[in-house]
Write a protein that binds this ligand. Structure first.
Ligand SMILES: [Zn+2]
Length: 79
């Protein structure tokens, strides 16, 4: 069983790695983790949040478009 715990960048909550979406930022773009370099995690709750505050915080901190996270999630889910 995967019991690795990672921190979500949105709520800073600690969740099982398997329940988080893993990604990385390359040239200010959100991309799927390539197994090289630093990766980040976000939980489903934050990904689906309607709170502008949370979205803005993530966008400002990581200099990314929140929508790209959702796009990546959808692409990952479709293989
Ligand atoms: Zn979260």
């Amino acid at each position: 069983m995967d019991k690795v715990v990672r921190m979500c960048i949105g709520c800073r909550g600690r969740c099982l790695q398997s329940t988080l979406m893993r990604f990385q930022i390359k040239n200010f773009k959100v991309v799927k983790f390539s197994k090289i370099g630093r990766s980040l995690y976000i939980c489903d709750t934050c990904l689906n949040t309607q709170q502008i505050k949370t979205k803005k915080m993530i966008q400002n901190r990581y200099k990314i478009d929140f929508k790209e996270l959702i796009d990546l999630k959808e692409r990952t889910a479709n293989g």
